[in-house]
Design a protein around this ligand. Structure first.
Ligand SMILES: Cc1ncc(COP(=O)(O)O)c(C=O)c1O
Length: 418
C-alpha cells in the first residue's frame, strides 16, 4: 500500500491512471468479445465444469486491489469462458409463480417505518397484498423506527384477526440516512415469528468500513437483505442484490421449471443453472460490475471510499454550522446531510406563522436557479411535516473539501436575493 498514489480509490476517472487501462479494455473487448468471439472458426463456448471454472476465474475477492495486468486478465478470462451469444452458431436460449396465490391466505400485514422507501408500498400493491396492509411504524426524532411502537402495532394487528408476516427495516433511509435499530426489530420478529427483511440498499456499503460498520449490527439476523452497490459503492447502474438466508427458498418460490429452457438432463450439474430462480428470464449478470470493482479496488479500496464519504459528510456538517444562512435539519448519522437554506429575508422570522410556508418555497426556487445556470445539482424534498430542505448526499469519493466550499458558496450566491 505504501507505494500507492494518494487518493487512488477515488470514484473519479484520472487520466494518468485510467486512460491507458480503459484503452486496453476497449481493445480487449473489441478483439476477444466482438471479433474473435463471433468468428465461425472459434468455439461458441470453452466449456469447463463449474467447480473448475471457479478456480480458473479466481472469483474470490481480495483485501488488496489487483494490478491493471491482473484486471485485464480477469476481463480476458471472463470473455474467454463466457458463452459467445453473438456467435453465429449460438442457437440457444434467447438472449436479446406459486400455485394457490393469495386467494387462500388470511389478511396479511407487513410493517415498515414511515420513512421507508416507497418501493415497499409499490411491492405490496404489485403482489396483491394491498398498500393499506403496509402498517406504517412511527420513527423517533432521528428518523429511526420506534421498535416499541412496532411491537404495539404487531399486537394491534393480531387483535384484529389479521396476520402480521414481515417487518422491513431500513439501514440508511433515503432522506435522513437513518439506521433502524436492527437488533430490537430482530427481537420483535423472533418473538412474533415474522420475516425480517432489511433494506440496506443505501447503507449496506458501510459493511466495508471497519470504522462505521457498527451501524449495521444486527444485519446478520435478517432473513433477507437488499443491497445496492450502485448507490454507496458507486458501481455503475444497475447493480442490486437480494441476499437471502434460507437456501433454496427463492427457487421454491419462483422456479417454473419450463422444460423448454431449463432442461434437467444436461451433461453437467444443473443445480448451478440459476436462471429459473429469478423473477425475470433474460437479463444480464449485473453482479459482474460489483465483482470486477471489488477485484480492482480490493476490500481496502471500498473501505477508503466509504470512509472518505463519511469524512466529507462531516466536513459539510461542520462548514454548514459556520454559515448563518444554513440550518441543519438534524445531526447527520450517515452521508445524508439535510439542511435548510434560510435567506437573509427570512432570518430571525422563525416565530412568524407563515415562516414554514415561505421556507418551503426556497429550496425549489434555488434548485431551479442552479439548474438553469448549470452550476451544480443538489436534491431537495419535504418530509412529513417539515418544509422542503436540501439533502446533500455525496457518493463520489473524489469530491474534495474545496468542492464542498464551492457548493456552499454557490448556494449562498443563488439564495442571496430570495
Ligand atoms: C433505502 C432505499 N431503498 C430502496 C431504494 C430503491 O433503489 P433501486 O430502485 O435503485 O433498487 C432506494 C433508492 O433511493 C433507497 O434509498
Amino acid at each position: 500500500m505504501g507505494s500507492m498514489r494518494k487518493n487512488w480509490f477515488h470514484s473519479l476517472p484520472n487520466e494518468a491512471l485510467h486512460a491507458e487501462f480503459l484503452q486496453d479494455v476497449s481493445k480487449l473487448l473489441l478483439k476477444e468479445a466482438v471479433f474473435a468471439g463471433t468468428q465461425r472458426k472459434n468455439p461458441v463456448v470453452r466449456f469447463h465444469d463449474p467447480d473448475h471454472l471457479y478456480d480458473l476465474l479466481n472469483l474470490t475477492p481480495t483485501e488488496k486491489p489487483a494490478t491493471h495486468t491482473e484486471l485485464l486478465k480477469a476481463i480476458c478470462d471472463t470473455i474467454n469462458f463466457s458463452v459467445k451469444t453473438g456467435h453465429p452458431y449460438f442457437i440457444n436460449q434467447l438472449f436479446s409463480s406459486q400455485r394457490d396465490g393469495l386467494g387462500c391466505a388470511p389478511k396479511l400485514v407487513m410493517f415498515a417505518s414511515e420513512d421507508a422507501h416507497y418501493s415497499v408500498h409499490k411491492m405490496a400493491a404489485l403482489l396483491g397484498l394491498g398498500e393499506q396492509n403496509v402498517c406504517s411504524v412511527q420513527t423517533d426524532k432521528t428518523g429511526r423506527m420506534d421498535s416499541l411502537y412496532l411491537e404495539s402495532q404487531v399486537q394491534r394487528i393480531i387483535a384484529t384477526g389479521a396476520v402480521p408476516f414481515m417487518v422491513v427495516a431500513t439501514a440508511g433511509t433515503t432522506v435522513l440516512g437513518a439506521f433502524d435499530p436492527l437488533p430490537a426489530i430482530a427481537d420483535v420478529c423472533t418473538k412474533y415469528n415474522l420475516w425480517f427483511h432489511v433494506d440496506a440498499a443505501w447503507g449496506g456499503g458501510l459493511l466495508f468500513s471497519r470504522t462505521h460498520h457498527h451501524k449495521l449490527i444486527g444485519l446478520d439476523r435478517a432473513d433477507s437483505v437488499v443491497w445496492n452497490p450502485h448507490k454507496l459503492l458507486a458501481a455503475p447502474q444497475q447493480c442490486s442484490m437480494l441476499l437471502v438466508r434460507h437456501p433454496n427458498i427463492i427457487k421454491a418460490c419462483h422456479a417454473c421449471n419450463a422444460t423448454y429452457l431449463f432442461q434437467k438432463d444436461k451433461f453437467y450439474d444443473v443445480s448451478i443453472d440459476f436462471g429459473d430462480k429469478y423473477l425475470q428470464c433474460g437479463r444480464r449478470a449485473d453482479v459482474f460490475k460489483f465483482w470486477f470493482m471489488w477485484k480492482a479496488k480490493g476490500s481496502i479500496g471500498f473501505e477508503e471510499h466509504v470512509n472518505a464519504l463519511m469524512d466529507c459528510a462531516s466536513y459539510i456538517t461542520t462548514s454548514l454550522r459556520q454559515r448563518p444562512s444554513f440550518k441543519l435539519v438534524l445531526e447527520p448519522e450517515f452521508i445524508n446531510v439535510c439542511f435548510w437554506y434560510i435567506p437573509q429575508s427570512l432570518q430571525g422570522l422563525q416565530e412568524q406563522p407563515d415562516f414554514n410556508e415561505k421556507l418551503h418555497k426556497i429550496a425549489p426556487r434555488m434548485k431551479e436557479l442552479m439548474m438553469r445556470k448549470g452550476s451544480m445539482m443538489i436534491s431537495y424534498q419535504p418530509l412529513q411535516s417539515l418544509p422542503n430542505f436540501f439533502r446533500f448526499v455525496v457518493q463520489n469519493s473524489g469530491v474534495t473539501h474545496q468542492d464542498v466550499d464551492y457548493f456552499l458558496d454557490e448556494l449562498d450566491r443563488l439564495g442571496a436575493d430570495l
